[in-house]
Write a protein that binds this ligand. Structure first.
Ligand code: PHE
Length: 330
């Protein structure tokens, strides 16, 4: 029996100890086997045999329990030691994030106009028909509404198709003169190489007394702005149509900022359309209760600017969260 007690005391792991428990006290264990012999022992000796056996059993149980506590403590200490976190260790694989190219471009444009004293206004993404269309001289059932494929909600609200409703909200809330930009997210039912259902625009609106603001003012501000963003490009104004401006124009820049084989963004004409603009239509002023005012407005797509500035060929790559693209903007 001392031999079993020695084995128990020198057990090296909890598994070894468990095996020893089975070999001694288990169904086929040595102690259990001794108990089975009891029936063959003659009456007078039975009592002594039983007492002896119970003593041995108790000794083994005690040895097992004592050793178990010791081994469990050792196992816990070993685990804690292995799991220890070295907070002083320097991790030179730490990588930090980067500002998304769309946000970067948005910030640059906002900063430019803030320096020219334009206020930054924001409006809701869920708009109503009045602000998104009606007040912008787009009456119900007018075919010009087809220019913007709209997400309508069941309650007759809609996801704004442009940032122009912020013009209306600002004019309804503020006295003239107004000099504002409205950056933000817009939505259209459109999806292909050059369109995503969610994108970003920056709107601008300047309003003052009648005859104070002209197309010439608009042209000057835009040419300066485009030179700031794209360097020494040619800028041309093409007659166009927007219901909320009259006259209206689309503005193109020449392709000089990006030439050669690596250029993904230039068109074969050598011109790239970058924004829409015009002199505010008097019907818009009427809708907000303004009289004897003049103004100009323009709106641009931020993704388009980001693609041109950074030579990004596919609009959709701006929304794929691919770390290889985003990592280039650190
Ligand atoms: N809201 C127009 C669009 O989304 C852009 C624009 C804004 C044009 C202001 C003229 C004046 O296409």
């Amino acid at each position: 029996m001392t031999q079993w007690l020695e084995k128990i005391n020198s057990a090296e792991s909890l598994e070894v100890l468990e095996n020893l428990r089975v070999e001694t006290l288990g169904k086929k264990g040595v102690i259990t086997a001794q108990f089975a012999k009891m029936k063959d022992i003659p009456g007078p000796e039975k009592k002594e045999f039983a007492a002896n056996l119970n003593k041995q059993k108790a000794e083994i149980i005690e040895a097992l329990e004592t050793k178990k506590i010791v081994l469990e403590k050792e196992a816990l200490e070993a685990k804690l030691k292995a799991d220890k976190i070295d907070v002083t260790r320097f991790n030179n694989e730490l990588s930090c994030g980067a500002v998304h190219p769309v946000a970067l471009t948005m910030d640059r444009i906002i900063e430019y106009f803030q320096n020219l004293n334009f206020a930054v206004e924001e409006g809701p993404l869920v708009e109503d028909d009045f602000h998104n269309f009606e007040a912008l001289n787009l009456p119900k059932y007018h075919p010009a509404r087809d220019m913007q494929d709209t997400f309508y909600n069941k309650d007759y609200t809609l996801l704004r198709t442009h940032t122009s409703p912020t013009q209306i909200r600002t004019m309804l809330n503020q006295p003239t003169p107004i000099r504002m930009i409205a950056p933000g997210t817009v939505f259209r039912r459109d999806f292909d190489l050059t369109h995503t259902p969610m994108f970003h625009q920056i709107e601008a609106l300047v309003v003052d007394e009648a005859d104070k603001i002209s197309f010439a003012n608009l042209k000057h501000v835009l040419v300066e702005f485009l030179h700031h963003m794209f360097g020494d490009v040619d800028v041309r104004f093409r007659p166009s149509f927007f219901p909320f401006t009259e006259p209206s124009a689309e503005v193109d820049i020449s392709c000089v900022f990006c030439k050669g084989d690596g250029c993904r963004v230039c068109s074969h004409t050598g011109w790239l359309e970058v924004l829409g603009c015009g002199v505010v239509d008097q019907n818009v002023f009427k809708a907000v209760g303004y009289e004897n005012k003049s103004g100009y407005a323009f709106g641009l797509g931020v993704e388009r600017f980001a693609m041109l500035i950074h030579n990004i060929g596919d609009l959709r790559s701006l929304f794929e969260s691919d770390i290889r693209l985003l990592g280039q903007f650190k």
